[in-house]
Design a protein around this ligand. Structure first.
Ligand code: SAM
Length: 214
């Protein structure tokens, strides 16, 4: 009987210990942050006027990061931060971080304010820079990339990021619905690579290409 009680106590202690360790390493649950981000996104809905993605595309990026547990993200084209907020919110759950780049000082500043209001600043390294130069300089590696700046440069952005994109990682690009100039060259190039598998999500009228690296 005594042995049974001791075994029971030891088992209970072990379970308690495992739960404590799990709680300390699990970034996925932060109800207060969720509430803050949700409230910010709700209040700002309809207020995004700086070429920002629609909420449905933000949700798509969020889902991709959560599903694949991505942690090393790069966004090219921050604008005032709508897509960045969806990306960083997902990264707050996977334990990751986002580098986001924009060349416009006023939009960069507004994005910083928005990231703060959403409670996500600590997950975002926002750079004011010309992405034509900075994307080449960034070391990486990245497992998630969202390209949403100048469409004529999409292929160059992809070529610069490709060696730094991890196996299993994914390169996404916005506004690819119409194969207009720039977009066509990018899509033709990425679709020609045997180790990249590309699909196009058309749930919004903009269209988002999703290219996974083998
Ligand atoms: C379509 S908006 C990005 C929208 C943003 N992803 C969102 O959903 O909130 C494109 C942004 O790319 C930026 N951009 C254009 N050319 C750039 C370059 N060479 N380097 C960095 N940013 C650039 C613009 O200033 C603009 O803010």
């Amino acid at each position: 009987m005594k042995n049974r009680i001791i075994s029971f106590l030891l088992l209970s202690l072990l379970i308690l210990l495992i739960n404590t360790v799990n709680a300390q390493t699990d970034n996925s649950s932060n109800p207060e942050l969720d509430k803050k981000v949700e409230a910010f996104l709700k209040d700002s809905r309809g207020e995004w006027r700086d070429m920002n993605v629609p909420a449905s595309d933000g949700q798509l990026l969020y889902d991709l990061i959560i599903e694949n547990k991505y942690t090393q993200a790069l966004e090219i084209g921050t604008s005032t931060g709508h897509s960045g907020i969806w990306i960083a919110w997902a990264l707050s759950k996977t334990g990751g971080k986002l580098i986001t780049i924009d060349i416009s000082e006023s939009r960069h500043k507004e994005a910083l304010e928005n990231f703060k209001k959403a409670g996500l600043s600590e997950y975002i390294d926002a750079r004011l820079a010309d992405a034509h130069e900075l994307v080449l300089e960034l070391e990486g590696p990245f497992d998630f990339v969202f390209s949403d700046a100048d469409k004529g440069w999409y292929k160059n952005y992809f070529i610069a990021v490709y060696p730094k994109l991890k196996s299993g990682g994914c390169f996404t690009a916005h506004n690819v619905s119409n194969r207009m100039s720039g977009i066509k060259e990018f899509l033709d190039y990425v679709e020609s690579l045997p180790d990249m598998k590309t699909t196009i999500n058309r749930s919004s009228s903009s269209g988002v290409s999703i290219s996974y690296k083998d």
